[in-house]
Design a protein around this ligand. Structure first.
Ligand code: YXS
Length: 261
């Protein structure tokens, strides 16, 4: 079975995450198929907007980064520039057509960043978002943290990151993390109505506006020493006992016991 399904109708391209057996975990393979689907859409002049969704009725939109692909014994940055999750976030940010995330079910870890890397988010009332690095012991990377900070208030993001607890779509909407929250039964109709409103407008203007907003919002002053200090702090974490414990506990399906070193 393909890991993503692709369809195009009325100027709207739809990419469906299609690995429910593994709760749409963002494996290298699934991300590869997703990125390929985006590249095909970019070349299809009939496509004005892309909708990114999971298979209807799935309880889990995406379980986040494929934990089996995270380094298990430390010593290597788990979220470096070439990591598939990093690559797909950049691909969506740089995609010429607007991407609308249509979210039903639970979203975990790096999949929360995948959702907010889209240009708009429409979620069902049942959707939840759990940003889990602290639960797994993973030192999230700098550009990822910046993406979260830009998506909502600092207070909301700190609560989401520090607790790692699922947050309702209702609360996420109040924090600006989601554009619309609707009853599940209306999710598809509201999403595609929004997508059609965009598809009916000038694709050239929208594509330039998207790139302008990306360039402006990514302009974050950071001196090299500040960057290197953060990298050193992150390295101490992914080399720590706690990092190894977090990954091992996930794979052994048990609660991690963090010791702070
Ligand atoms: O055991 P099998 O082979 O059937 O596979 C199981 C799970 O191992 C697999 N699976 C995953 N595989 C790799 N990476 C994952 N993130 C992942 N999540 C699930 O899918 C099969 C079914 O899982 P199961 O039995 O747990 O399903 P469930 O319906 O009982 O529970 C669904 C979830 C999503 C509540 C549960 O699978 C879960 O808690 N998954 C992990 C969610 C999570 O903590 N994700 C964060 C991943 S790390 C990440 O994204 C970033 C690095 S960070 O942490 O920094 O944000």
């Amino acid at each position: 079975m393909p890991l993503v399904l692709v369809s195009v109708a009325n100027g709207i391209g739809t990419i469906t995450l299609n690995n429910p057996k593994k709760r749409n975990a963002l494996s290298t393979e699934l991300i590869g198929d997703l990125t390929q689907a985006l590249e095909k859409m970019a070349l299809d002049t009939s496509v004005r907007v892309v909708v990114l969704r999971a298979v209807e009725g799935e309880k889990v939109w995406s379980a986040g980064h494929d934990v089996h692909e995270l380094p298990q014994s430390g010593g290597r940055d788990p979220l470096s520039y070439t990591d598939p999750l990093r690559a797909v976030v950049r691909a969506i940010h740089g995609h010429s057509q607007p991407v609308v995330a249509m979210v039903d079910g639970s979203v975990w870890g790096g999949a929360c960043e995948l959702v907010i890397s889209c240009d708009l988010v429409v979620a069902s009332q049942e959707a939840t978002f759990a940003i889990t690095p602290a639960k797994l012991g993973v030192p999230y990377n700098l550009s990822g943290v910046l993406n979260f900070v830009r998506a909502a208030s600092l207070l909301f993001i700190k609560e989401a990151l520090f607790t790692g607890q699922p947050i309702t779509a209702e609360r996420a909407t109040l924090a600006g993390f989601v554009n619309h929250v609707v009853p599940s039964k209306d999710l598809e109709q509201v999403t595609y109505r929004l997508a059609t409103q965009i598809a009916d407008n000038s694709p050239l203007v929208i594509s330039v506006l998207k790139e302008q907003l990306r360039v402006i919002s990514e302009a974050a002053p950071l001196n090299p020493e500040g960057f290197e200090r953060v990298q050193a702090l992150r390295r101490a974490v992914y080399d720590s006992t706690d990092y190894k414990e977090g990954i091992r506990a996930f794979l052994e399906k048990r609660t991690p016991k963090f010791v702070g070193r």
